[in-house]
Design a protein around this ligand. Structure first.
Ligand SMILES: [Fe+2]
Length: 64
């Protein structure tokens, strides 16, 4: 892995689905749905939906 890419040095925040409580962890991604580990929430395609309840990204909030 390259260590000098500024995109990779940004903190990777977890996001929570406000509908079902699913936590998106960038370190794990969502490989079952085509999101590779290391993908920040902001970089997930807008077509992605919560793997637990199926709502869109709009329904997620960033965890402090
Ligand atoms: Fe959900």
């Amino acid at each position: 892995m390259q260590g000098n890419d500024p995109e990779r040095t940004k903190p990777m925040e977890k996001w929570e689905c406000t509908v079902c409580g699913y936590i998106y962890d960038p370190a794990k991604g969502d490989p079952d749905n085509g999101v590779v580990p290391g993908t920040r929430f902001e970089d997930i395609p807008d077509t992605w939906v919560c793997p637990e309840c199926g709502v869109t990204k709009d329904n997620f909030r960033k965890l402090a």
